[in-house]
Write a protein of this length. Structure first.
Length: 600
């Protein structure tokens, strides 16, 4: 039943539709979305503008055009409704407008929120309270934490950037090369920001447990279009559970892949030299890139500055030119060069490393989408990329970046599970997590060799990585000893005989529903609050629970088994059966073992 009601004190307005209610509380500047069936709600606070109740003007939704008003109220709230849509509309004296309307997404309880102002030098900011529930989504981070409310990221443009050691210091966290404009919580609420918004985001920047979304052109990397208002537009959806609302996002807002990487990338390790210092490598025959640069410059395929010079980007510590992938001629030029090189050099596939374009372009996220179109055009199912934004549909293997050879959350071993879970929920299911053992910058000049990762760290890393979609090895286990080699062979045998088939089954499901291959514990226990916070265990598909040891020197760990109703868990190490919804404290795991459980 659709209806509007304005409360007697003229400080609150509610819009009801069936089981859902949207309320705007003017005195607190709160927009509240409520699900009357579950009793759950999502509160969004408006900040940064003078939005007092007494400054609200009466306005019909059809007239929301940012034109001067000739009708106003000294106090209270005005509301209008479009003829063919169900909307709630407000306007303030400073020309800020708000429209909340029912989304046209089929079979979904979704509402579109649009704040706008003609004053493009202003900013529009909404903040979502994170307390009382757990949040997921957003982007890769240097110090990846799970759930999202455990991180702290200062307000900054929500654009992709390379993660390096500059993000280590407190308050300097930045968004990584893989990001999507949506977040959702354990109560089934989701927020999806429109791709046209000049988006800036912060997460608990002041320790305030808020996710803040800001639209801003002034002083920003985003460029305003002439005569276009500043708009903060997003959609709020309510699903039955976190899993349900995640499926709504995957199937209604994103495009799922129709294909997946070549199965060999799941079946076999990827052998690489990443992290290995190749002091004596020479490549004089293929080193000269000047010819390609001169040809590209002559053909005008590079992005140029306003004074018609080639715009320079950064790839690590090197300077590079940026191909203008928004230009169809530049795309064809790059595709032709790649095809030719593949044939001439007998190359099976490519690793596509993206330059750090940062604030060089008006909308770096769009650049990535065009760049990935070129990769996709090659029809290369072996290709590996290291950036992602709106590119889930390409079904490519995504490298999340080499980790540091350390045990901690700061890009070390403990960052792997939170990163894989986060990116899996963002729709990137096929992941490489860097070489086993991480990369080290330590070099022994006496022996002319890189110092190997810590032996115990390498062992625990291999145990974790052998269950993930992509397994990369640059330091061979034989570089340690027979015990490490034998353990690795056993893990690889188990991967081929059992894990790969589970990953392949999960990949088929991913193509249909967007479900990740590697899943959080709550995926099969949606009401289990403890499972919603676990960042040191994961599921492969729906049946195999993996609880690797992540602490140096540990020979036991606490294991949580999620509550899956009457389903029980079989302990594959010790042959016992346990009920779900409980902790196994000080569960023994020797150095050469990894704890796994399967549902029975």
């Amino acid at each position: 039943m659709l209806g509007f009601s304005i409360f007697a004190d003229f400080t609150s307005l509610a819009y009801r539709n069936g089981d859902h209610e949207i309320e705007y509380r003017a005195t607190k500047r709160l927009l509240i979305f409520s699900d009357n069936v579950s009793g759950k709600s999502l509160s969004i606070n408006s900040v940064g503008e003078n939005l007092t109740a007494k400054d609200i003007k009466m306005k019909a939704c059809e007239e929301m055009t940012h034109k001067p008003m000739n009708k106003s109220m000294e106090d209270g709230i005005s509301v209008g409704r479009k003829t063919n849509h169900k909307s709630l509309c407000l306007e303030w004296k400073n020309d800020v407008q708000l429209e909340v309307s029912e989304s046209e997404i089929a079979s979904s309880a979704c509402y579109t929120v649009m704040w706008s102002t003609p004053k493009i030098f202003n900013k529009l900011e909404n903040c979502i309270r994170l307390q009382g529930t757990h949040w997921y989504g957003g982007s890769s981070l240097y110090e990846q934490q799970w759930p999202l409310e455990d991180v702290s990221v200062p307000m900054q443009p929500f654009i992709p950037s390379r993660l390096d050691t500059s993000a280590q210091s407190a308050g300097n966290e930045k968004y990584g090369p893989v990001l999507e404009r949506f977040w959702f919580n354990s109560e089934g609420f989701a927020v999806v920001v429109d791709k046209t918004v000049p988006l800036h985001v912060s997460v608990s920047a002041a320790g305030d447990q808020q996710l803040c979304l800001r639209a801003q052109y002034d002083g920003s990397v985003y460029k305003a279009e002439h005569n276009k208002p500043l708009v903060l537009k997003y959609t709020v959806c309510k699903g039955r559970t976190a899993k349900h609302v995640h499926q709504i996002i995957m199937t209604k807002f994103l495009h799922l892949p129709k294909i997946q990487p070549d199965e060999s990338l799941l079946q076999d390790p990827v052998w690489s030299t990443r992290g290995v210092n190749l002091q004596n490598l020479t490549q004089s025959q293929i080193e000269d890139t000047n010819l390609a640069y001169k040809e590209g410059e002559m053909m005008g395929v590079f992005i140029q500055t306003t004074d018609s010079k080639v715009l320079e980007g950064k790839l690590g510590n090197k300077t590079c030119a940026l191909i203008d992938f928004t230009n169809s001629a530049a795309k064809r030029w790059m595709e032709s060069r790649l095809h030719h090189f593949k044939l001439e050099a007998f190359v099976q596939s490519f690793y596509f490393d993206s330059a750090d374009i940062g604030s060089l372009l008006p909308n770096p996220s769009d650049y990535i989408s065009h760049y990935m179109d070129v990769v996709h055009s090659l029809g290369d199912r072996y290709a590996v990329v290291n950036v992602g934004h709106g590119t889930q549909h390409l079904g490519l293997m995504l490298d999340v970046g080499a980790r540091l050879s350390s045990w901690d959350h700061k890009h070390g071993l403990k960052s792997i599970i939170p990163t894989v879970l986060t990116l899996g929920l963002l729709g990137y299911a096929f992941l490489l997590i860097g070489p086993v053992g991480g990369t080290t910058t330590v070099y022994n000049h006496t022996s002319n060799a890189v110092v190997l990762p810590d032996r115990e760290l390498y062992i625990r890393w291999m145990q974790l990585a052998s269950f993930l979609p992509g397994l990369e090895i640059s330091v061979g286990p034989w570089q340690y000893d027979k015990q490490v080699t034998d353990m690795t062979l056993d893990l690889l045998s188990q991967r081929r005989d059992r894990i790969v088939s589970v990953l392949q089954g999960a990949a088929k499901e991913h193509i249909i529903t967007g479900a990740p291959l590697v899943r959080p514990l709550w995926w099969i226990a949606e009401e289990d609050e403890t499972a919603q916070r676990i960042d040191c265990e994961f599921l492969v598909g729906d049946r195999i629970l993996v609880a690797p040891v992540l602490d140096k020197g540990a020979r036991s760990r606490d294991v949580y088994l999620p509550n899956v109703g009457t389903t029980q868990w079989h302990d594959e190490l010790h042959g016992k059966v346990f009920k779900g919804g409980q902790w196994l404290h000080d569960y023994p795991v020797s150095l050469y073992q990894v704890a796994t459980f399967v549902t029975v």
